[in-house]
Design a protein. Sequence first.
Length: 196
Amino acid sequence: MKKLVGLTGKTGAGKSTVSALLKEKGAYIIDGDIVARRVLVENVALLNELKDEFGCGIMNSDGTLNRLALAKEAFSTPENTEKLNSIMHPAINDYIFKEAEKAFSEYDVVIVDAAAIIESGFTEKSDYLIVVHAPVAIRKERIIKRDGLTESDANVRINGQKDDDFYLSRADFVFKTFSPYSIEEQLSQLEKELFD
């Protein structure tokens, strides 16, 4: 049976690690960040919509999107973030569903690894949601090391996300990437649920 699976978690939780392990087990992985970048390059109508909403200042002189300028505008207020999401999420989901459909010709399990997968409405059409989870102190340490952030920048990034319950209450499976939980045991359990 074919399964379309969402994989999400807060920054520093270990999503990429779990994604890589599931790929090794035979899942096809769709990376939401890569899809978002592709959509912004390939979808001219979407770019025009973003320009209409956020102004010409989000474009480079060569007609390409200035991602930093867009982020500055889009995250300046909750209303602007909502506007960005209402434009981007449908386009990203459309791209993901098309890619998943192609992948199902060769794979039984397609996993979509994306940060905003719940907010985008994707989970309403997926079969399963995996939430990767770790306590805030561990996540902070990981993103400081991974991204070279100051503690203050790490706090801003962490505090900008929804609370744990937003993710955990929607999960079909919670994958804990911290001691004393065994990654191997959880992977084995997940493999049974997804691949059997």
